[in-house]
Design a protein around this ligand. Structure first.
Ligand SMILES: [Mg+2]
Length: 243
């Protein structure tokens, strides 16, 4: 085989591969819906950590007259007994009952409203993208958390889906994404999703045909479907749409 033929072969392979990737990205219908994970994507985990790791152990300590460290150990042991595979794990009202904490759990969430912190670029990106797309939240946080965490962003979103509250699922499974598409009456390829979990925000939605992007805010990863903040995600979407 002549060198020119070899080069031609590789060139053809390259073009075919390029077209394959391109068609995967643009094989496209237009994107209509942009879906966002909540914690680690729109808001940082500070609020959640305070509730689960500080406030609930503190209430438990007060209720039983224990020191904070001992209360925390006992509460964490209870968390482990239930385990994150069960839907109760995510349910604050369940924990208030199980741990016999006094007061209303809703008041606790409200009292920590100021601990909800948006990542700096979030508001601007959402306000620009809403001009052209339907924005939704697809999260595995319970609805009551989402309501508080959304702060004043709620009007920017057409729908807010909670895997445990709306679908009784502890994680964002393929079925969750399929049902979200159905609810919005779009095909999976008409939706893009972004979130910080490699499996539940990237692999799973890709499996069902959604254009998913893995958000790595720590700049540890590189790749075609990796974004480092929501401005990156916005650029990816605009690039796909401009091809
Ligand atoms: Mg997340």
């Amino acid at each position: 085989m002549k060198i020119v033929d070899v080069m031609g072969f590789f060139l053809t392979c390259g073009i075919v591969k390029f077209l394959g990737v391109l068609s995967m990205e643009i094989g496209l219908r237009h994107i209509k819906v942009l879906s966002f994970d909540m914690e680690g994507t729109l808001v940082d985990p500070y609020f959640s950590r305070l509730i689960w790791e500080v406030d609930i152990p503190r209430l438990y300590a007060e209720q039983r007259g224990l020191g904070l460290e001992e209360a925390r150990e006992r509460v964490f042991k209870e968390y482990r007994e239930v385990g994150e595979e069960r839907v109760e794990w995510y349910d604050v009202s369940y924990w208030f009952k199980r741990l016999e904490l006094g007061g209303d759990w809703r008041d606790l969430l409200e009292s920590r409203r100021d601990a909800c912190r948006l990542y700096p670029e979030v508001r601007g990106v959402l306000e620009r993208l809403r001009e052209r797309y339907t924005l939704i939240v697809t999260s595995n946080t319970i609805r009551e958390f989402l309501e508080v965490q959304l702060l004043d962003l709620k009007p920017l979103f057409t729908r807010v889906f909670s895997a445990p509250s709306d679908f009784g699922e502890v994680k964002k499974s393929p079925e969750v994404y399929i049902r979200v598409c159905r609810e919005l009456d779009v095909e999976p390829e008409e939706m893009a999703h972004v979130g910080d979990h490699p499996k539940f925000d990237y692999e799973v939605p890709r499996m069902v045909g959604i254009r998913a992007y893995h958000l790595d805010r720590e700049y540890k990863l590189r790749g075609e479907h990796i974004v480092h903040n929501l401005e990156d995600f916005e650029k990816k979407i605009r690039m796909i749409e401009s091809i």
